[in-house]
Design a protein around this ligand. Sequence first.
Ligand code: B12
Length: 166
Amino acid sequence: MITNDDVILISKGFGFDLVGFAKVELLDKEYENYLLWIDRGYQAGMKYMEKNKGKRKNVKEIFSKGKSVISLGLNYYKPDLFSGNKSNGKISRYAWGKDYHLIIWDKSDQIIKKLKEADNSFEGISYVDTGPLMDKAWGVRAGLGWQGKHSNIINKEFGSWFLLRT
Ligand code: B12
């Protein structure tokens, strides 16, 4: 049987800095706030944020066998500064390297493969932005940190300079 320690060890082996676990439950308060957010039109042109409401509330609608949500954080902070040349635009640090989706997809596919090798009965699916999953809400429930006023998760060690994989 896979233990939390196995998941932590394997995930950290693939470079994730934060690993947390939450029980699969309905998102209640978070879901109500998401509905308020939509009602107020904060999604602006992001039409995809209005879709699949049921799945956002109930992860079992995405993966019915799921018992736990694993939340992973990957630190992307780099101390380098912007050039200071006013003719250059500024690009957010998370976008300085290769597309993070590709990097994280690859790592998490490999993590799932390793967990399956350790215990053939292990089943899991993972998302990075691509599905109707409330990554921040799950990250908070999994103990990765708290939601700051800027709405991202802040962790005592890494601040909010990390990307989430759920
Ligand atoms: C849509 C989206 C955006 C949108 C909207 C941002 C937003 N506030 O949601 C835009 C394009 C602006 C954006 C920008 C950025 N994003 Co973005 N984005 C997402 C995405 C795809 C969905 C987020 C979501 O569900 N929003 C819905 C709202 C409802 O969620 P929320 O803001 O957390 O709302 C909660 C509370 O704020 C509160 N609340 C909200 N509204 C209201 C209203 C009322 C009345 C009340 C009482 C409460 C309340 O309750 C809500 C539920 O808990 C996630 C990936 C994912 N699938 O989760 C990445 C994600 C959140 N983004 C991320 C990042 C890194 C960024 C940027 C920093 C990138 C950059 N450098 O530009 C910026 C940060 C901007 C900011 N301050 O939010 C990371 C955050 C990692 C972390 N440490 O938390 C994520 C998780 C992607 C990832 N895989 O790592 N993003």
